[in-house]
Design a protein around this ligand. Structure first.
Ligand SMILES: Cc1cc2nc3c(=O)[nH]c(=O)nc-3n(C[C@H](O)[C@H](O)[C@H](O)COP(=O)(O)O)c2cc1C
Length: 170
């Protein structure tokens, strides 16, 4: 699978089989994530692998996407570290790039993943549960596992909706 194919065929996966995700497989996703670009190459992201059933259960109660979280054999919690940040917007964008790398690496190995943002409404509860340092800001949770096979359609706006023209000059 080349990069373009991975980008265009990746879909959010919200139903997983019972097959476990190994620590080694999670490390490979982090390896992909850490090669993302970041402003000043400051790499503000922090990753926490969560496979403990009790923690997964507790996290599932912090989002309305409870079924997705509880049904995942593994989660990746992503934070940015204020101690390493230089600009909030740029650092958040860097974390987003790292998360997309992680999603694409998961897809390329046949794993399924779903980026979960709604759970940020319970950011403080998540940070307390996961006992992260005060400088950490929780920015995303990714549910990971082996996908239940079914058709997943992707929907996108046509380019005419989002490609805007530069001003004309003489
Ligand atoms: C910042 C962000 C937050 C998201 N939050 C959620 C979420 O809380 N729950 C969920 O089921 N999907 C969530 N998603 C997944 C999107 O719904 C999904 O990417 C979008 O519908 C496009 O579908 P696709 O990923 O299959 O192409 C989120 C995606 C992003 C990038």
């Amino acid at each position: 699978m080349d990069a373009f194919e991975a980008i265009t065929t990746r879909r959010s996966v919200r139903e997983f089989t019972d097959r476990e995700v190994t620590d080694r497989e999670l490390d490979r996703l982090i390896e992909a994530a850490r090669w993302a670009p970041s402003g000043l190459n400051n790499q503000p992201w922090r990753f926490m692998k969560v496979t403990d059933r009790s923690l997964i259960e507790d996290l599932s109660h912090m989002t309305k996407y409870r079924g997705v979280v509880a049904g995942a054999p593994a989660l990746m919690a992503i934070f940015i570290d204020a101690d390493e940040m230089y600009d909030r917007t740029r650092d958040l964008m860097s974390a987003g790039a790292a998360i997309q790398n992680l999603l694409l690496a998961a897809h390329e190995t046949g794993m399924g993943a779903c980026w979960l943002g709604e759970i940020l409404a319970k950011r403080e509860d998540v940070q307390a549960l996961l006992e992260v340092p005060d400088s950490f800001e929780f920015v995303a949770l990714v549910a990971l596992g082996w996908p239940v096979e079914r058709e997943r359609s992707g929907v996108r706006h046509p380019p005419e909706k989002f490609v805007v023209q530069p001003p004309e000059t003489d």
